[in-house]
Write a protein that binds this ligand. Structure first.
Ligand SMILES: [Zn+2]
Length: 302
């Protein structure tokens, strides 16, 4: 027995389907038919109906999208992490290297004033944004879009994650939109330096942070549901546990600075584990000779 079918509820050879279960493809009542047989009406394996929600029976293209999406989410988060840790370090380095800005006697010292030339800082921030933050945010959006795509199959039954998927898509779209606003603000800062711009940038940053927190919670609930479909009880349990554990680690760990880093890494490892589990199903089915989505999973004939 392969590792995946070991995790699926058993299909006992010759045992009849006990309840009035409708075939996933044609709604034929399978009651009394052998579990390891096929639907007399349309030929679909009865096992597929019994394991309908399992990713094992999802179209390969859907599984590939999940695997790619999870990869993009992990990589983009690593890039964002590098940006948020690296930028303050780089700014600090610039501060120590750059000469102090010439004093401007006609302006009162602003509490927002940076010790380095504001224009140099703005150009630097623009470079970081274009090279790191923007590509990472686009990658994050693409990743979640892939992970929350519609399954081109009726085998899964009604999609119980539909509202979670919509919420995730709205949240990443807002993050992408806010990042466009940030881009505009940074460009403006290259030319003019004023308090209004800095305060707006900070407000946009904080809003983006709050939306990211919402995305964290919604995505964990989504992963928790998806783990059931692998099926992976450990992943399912862990996603539920992380809903409270990671915020605790994040907040308590802030005192020693590494809390947010540890929580983010644990979150990314979880998504990586989901990706491996999907990849495991994919490679087993590919090893079994499946190359493309079978016609069964394609558009149903009318
Ligand atoms: Zn059928």
């Amino acid at each position: 027995m392969d590792p995946v079918s070991k995790r699926l509820p058993p299909i006992e050879s010759g045992q009849p389907v006990g309840s009035h279960t409708k075939c996933v493809s044609c709604d034929y009542d399978l009651h009394g038919l052998p579990m390891d047989g096929t639907c007399p009406e349309c030929g679909t394996e009865i096992a597929q109906t019994l394991h309908g929600g399992m990713l094992w029976y999802s179209p390969l293209s859907f599984l590939r999208a999940l695997r790619l999406g999870a990869l993009l989410v992990v990589v983009s988060n690593i890039l964002i992490l590098i940006g948020s840790v690296g930028t303050p370090i780089a700014i600090f380095t610039l501060m120590t290297l750059a000469p102090a800005p010439s004093p401007q006697p006609h302006q009162p010292p602003s509490p927002w004033a940076s010790p380095i030339d504001p224009q140099i800082e703005a150009i630097f921030m623009l470079a970081v944004f274009l090279v790191l933050t923007l590509p990472a945010t686009i990658m994050l959006t693409a990743g979640w879009w892939k992970l929350t795509g519609t399954e081109p199959s009726r085998a899964a039954g009604p999609d119980r994650t539909a509202s979670l998927k919509t919420a995730i898509r709205v949240l990443v779209a807002v993050i992408l939109g806010l990042s466009a606003v940030t881009f505009g603000l940074i460009i403006a800062k290259v030319f003019v330096h004023n308090v209004v711009l800095s305060v707006s940038e900070m407000a946009v940053g904080m809003t983006s942070g709050l939306v990211s927190i919402a995305l964290f919670f919604v995505s964990l609930v989504f992963l928790r549901r998806m783990a059931r479909r692998i099926p992976d009880q450990t992943l399912h349990y862990r996603a539920g546990q992380y809903l409270w554990l990671l915020p605790v680690i994040y907040i308590l760990g802030m005192c020693v600075l590494v809390g947010p880093l540890v929580a983010t890494v644990m979150y990314l490892i979880l998504i990586g584990q989901f990706r491996s589990a999907v990849g495991e199903i994919l490679s087993m089915r590919e090893a079994a000779g499946e190359v493309e989505d079978s016609p069964l999973f394609g558009p149903q004939p009318t």
